[in-house]
Design a protein around this ligand. Structure first.
Ligand SMILES: C[S@@+](CC[C@H](N)C(=O)[O-])C[C@H]1O[C@@H](n2cnc3c(N)ncnc32)[C@H](O)[C@@H]1O
Length: 262
């Protein structure tokens, strides 16, 4: 999670602009979301469920198919919701809202699912309080989030160029554990998955991040374009990490299952 809080309007705008390109670039997002789905107990049969930070609605549709129940897809970005609604007008209810202020009644949901969205929330503790309030006893919050170490190659390479904030900051694992332990959920499990993607050119990675809407929206980001000389410096600095498979981009993903006791 960013140390300085990103502006939520910029987060929403960035994802809204990326709605049309997101799905083609979202291979890692598909993998880690599916891994999260697999962690839900096989005999769990939720009646009311919500996909928090649903984006284009890929996992809203997956949840609907798995549980054969209507799903609420909730997201901050109107553009993402428009895209989701056009893709599957009949499937889900799409709601524009903030995960830190859920427009849901207390004890109204059996499952709150959220894949790769909550790292954009400045106050994860607040999201957990909201989720606990909205869940019925016996319900699950299943979410994943990015941890420190994600995109460390890109962060290190940028440091060879300047001191601006170019890469979103992600929460250290210890801080996440602390927030989970401080929440009202007493029964929870957290496992960390490491993923590494490879690219032949740095431009492939930066285009992919842009297509995903995963822009740097932190205070302290540089303004304007990156000049040719700076780009050369960045490319050379990243090339230090090159392996036989290409340029690596590392991702640390915490997969978390939290249970509200019956
Ligand atoms: C990387 S996308 C993930 C989308 C989808 N869950 C998936 O796995 O394909 C992150 C989504 O979280 C949404 N988001 C970011 N901050 C949010 C917030 N505070 N409340 C609700 N949604 C938020 C973004 O608008 C974006 O659509």
């Amino acid at each position: 999670m960013p140390e300085q809080r990103p502006d939520k309007r910029l987060v929403a705008d960035s994802f809204s602009r990326a709605a049309a390109t997101y799905d083609q670039a979202a291979a890692l997002q598909r993998t880690v979301g599916s891994n999260l789905l697999d962690r839900l107990p096989a005999d769990f049969a939720p009646v009311d469920l919500i996909d928090l930070g649903c984006g284009t609605g890929y996992f809203s549709r997956a949840l609907q198919a798995r549980y054969e129940r209507s799903v609420i897809g909730l997201d901050l970005a109107e553009g993402m919701l428009r895209h989701a609604r056009q893709t599957s007008p009949m499937l889900s209810r799409w709601v524009a809202a903030d995960a830190e202020a859920l427009p849901l009644r207390a004890n109204s949901q059996d499952l709150i699912f959220s894949s790769l969205a909550l790292q954009w929330c400045p106050d994860l503790g607040c999201v957990l309080r909201e989720a606990y309030r909205a869940l019925r006893p016996g319900g699950y919050l299943a979410f994943n989030t990015l941890l420190e170490g994600s995109l460390h190659e890109l962060r290190t390479a940028w440091r060879a160029v300047d001191d601006f904030v170019h890469v979103n900051r992600f929460m250290p694992a210890g801080e996440l554990q602390h927030i989970l332990a401080a929440s009202e959920f007493v029964d929870w499990r957290c496992e960390v998955e490491e993923h590494r993607l490879y690219y032949q050119r740095l431009g492939e990675l930066t285009h992919e991040l842009k297509a995903l809407g995963a822009h740097n929206v932190n205070p302290g980001r540089p303004g304007g374009l990156t000049g040719r000389a700076r780009l050369r410096l960045l490319t050379d600095a990243y090339d230090i990490f090159r392996t036989d498979q290409g340029l690596p981009a590392s991702w640390q993903v915490a997969q978390i299952l939290m249970f509200k006791p019956a």
